[in-house]
Design a protein around this ligand. Structure first.
Ligand code: GCU
Length: 470
């Protein structure tokens, strides 16, 4: 057998697993320095990132009058060859792939083609009661096939809550959770969520989704790709690179998190309690960025709430307010992106980008997306100082500029170009907007998102959950 096998195989035969080298260990600083070297860049060519503290001599800009440094946004509906995109067909077949290719080359990196199978295991399934609502709680683990490099084990952690007395398969909102929210989701008895409208993470506020007769799921993204540069030779990225560091075009952590969210959706599609055609994705801050990336790559997600995603998320890179590309190119955050992205923290500026984040939002079109943030003077480092790092206005402007794509595809986008007062919900179209009056938290906008989602998600007839809720 081996002879015929080797004769037919074009690829060199892999060495037996035992002789493969162990994963390389690099700190984020070492790995970033390696990337800069691959790019032919020296550290002294990198810009000094602006500071969050408005009193710093190197403070980020917090003056709206000075934010519009690069007024020319790329036109989402113009091909690179200058032709206008006037039909949905041309958007799907030509323009959208152009935008995706630009994002992959400059920002997100490319996911490998031969991504492994994931086998889902129901670790436990229990009837529970959540403040009066009977739910079925399933603890799930997705085992990633690591036969290509057994030195790295990768698992995807997921919890699913569905109403126990539903009239049929239910819509589900899936949260990409921070570690503390994941811990809260694991806690028993259930943590009582803060009253709606108060600051805090939504954590297990999925109760509000259950009250509407929907399910709620909590995904733990760092279970399959850790949130640091040190972890890039581990997790799904490390597994695909067989423990070696990334090349300049390889995917970053945001794209890897999006891959895992899609695998979680595969599971939801196999669960009879779930209506997999009505699964929404929610995430805050770095996970608000990951939500938009996931929506761009997986058309099966029906709706999204991207909260305070800021720079690298919904905010326009060209809106120079709060956090900047040079901040994202730092050793603590560069891992979210591909190696090529580092150039934008050095010799290149946002004006050199072939895309901007109105186009990231447009990659969700025509599906509904709710984008939220905190107050102008609170979102970002509210706890540390009260500046507006996440740039709510920059996110709003991106939604305005994404609107023509929604319209081309038969939707109606945001419906206004006027930046509203804090606390105003704009949700008449398929793009929605709200700024709450607190800081860097998704919870106060959660009720407005749920109302928006209710226009698209259908509670099965015969649902008894509402009667039970307290
Ligand atoms: C940092 C980072 C932001 C990010 C935030 C978060 O503050 O600079 O871009 O959104 O972390 O994820 O909380």
């Amino acid at each position: 057998m081996p002879l015929t096998f080797f004769a037919q195989s074009k690829a060199p035969c892999p060495p037996p697993p035992a002789s493969r080298p162990a994963p390389v260990k690099l700190t984020a600083e070492q790995d970033r320095a390696r990337m800069l070297e691959l790019l032919g860049l020296r550290e002294d060519q990198m810009r000094r990132p602006p500071a969050t503290d408005p009193k710093s001599p190197n403070a980020a800009n917090y003056d709206e009058a000075k934010a519009n440094v690069y007024p020319n946004l790329p036109d989402a509906l113009k091909m690179k060859n200058g032709q206008s995109v006037t039909t949905a067909d041309r958007w799907w077949k030509q323009r959208r792939p152009e935008i995706v290719a630009d994002y992959e080359r400059e920002i997100l990196g490319r996911a490998p083609e031969n991504l492994p199978q994931v086998t889902w295991e129901v670790v436990s399934e229990k009837p529970e009661n959540w403040r009066g609502i009977d739910v079925i709680t399933k603890r799930l683990v997705g085992h990633v096939d690591n036969s290509s490099y057994p030195q790295i084990t990768v698992n995807i952690d997921l919890i699913l809550y569905t109403p126990a007395h539903s009239g049929g398969p239910v819509p589900v909102l899936m949260e990409m959770a921070f570690a503390r929210d994941w811990e809260r989701a694991l806690a028993r008895p259930f943590v009582v969520p803060p009253p709606p409208g108060t600051p805090g993470h939504w954590g297990v506020d999925g109760y509000e989704a259950l009250k509407r007769g929907w399910g709620f799921a909590v995904l733990n993204p760092v279970s399959f790709q850790s949130d640091d540069g040190d972890g890039l030779t581990q997790g799904i990225i490390g597994l695909m690179n067989k423990g070696q560091p990334r090349g300049l075009n390889d995917w970053g952590t945001l794209r890897a998190w999006a891959w895992g969210a899609s695998r979680a959706l595969d599971y939801l599609g196999s669960d009879a309690a779930v209506n997999a055609k009505e699964v929404g994705l929610v995430g805050h801050s770095r996970f608000g960025k990951a939500v938009l990336v996931t929506m761009a790559y997986d058309p099966r997600f029906a709706i999204a709430y991207s909260s305070s995603s800021g720079e690298g998320g919904a905010k326009l890179y060209r809106h120079i307010y709060g956090e900047q590309m040079s901040n994202l190119a730092s050793a603590s955050l560069y891992h979210w992106f591909c190696g090529n992205f580092l150039r934008y923290g050095g010799p290149l500026t946002p004006a050199d980008l072939p895309v901007d984040n109105h186009e990231l939002i447009a990659l969700s079109a025509p599906r509904p997306v709710f984008i939220g943030g905190g107050s102008n003077d609170g979102d970002g480092y509210a706890i540390q100082g009260g500046d507006a790092w996440a740039d709510p206005k920059g996110m709003f402007l991106a939604e305005v500029a994404a609107t023509p794509v929604y319209k081309l595809l038969g939707g109606n986008g945001l419906g206004t170009a006027e930046f509203p007062a804090v606390g105003t919900t704009i949700a008449n179209g398929d793009l929605a907007w709200r700024q709450h009056q607190f800081g860097h938290t998704p919870a106060p906008n959660w009720p407005a998102f749920l109302d928006f989602a209710a226009k698209y998600l259908h509670t099965p007839a015969g649902e008894k959950v509402l009667a039970q809720a307290q």
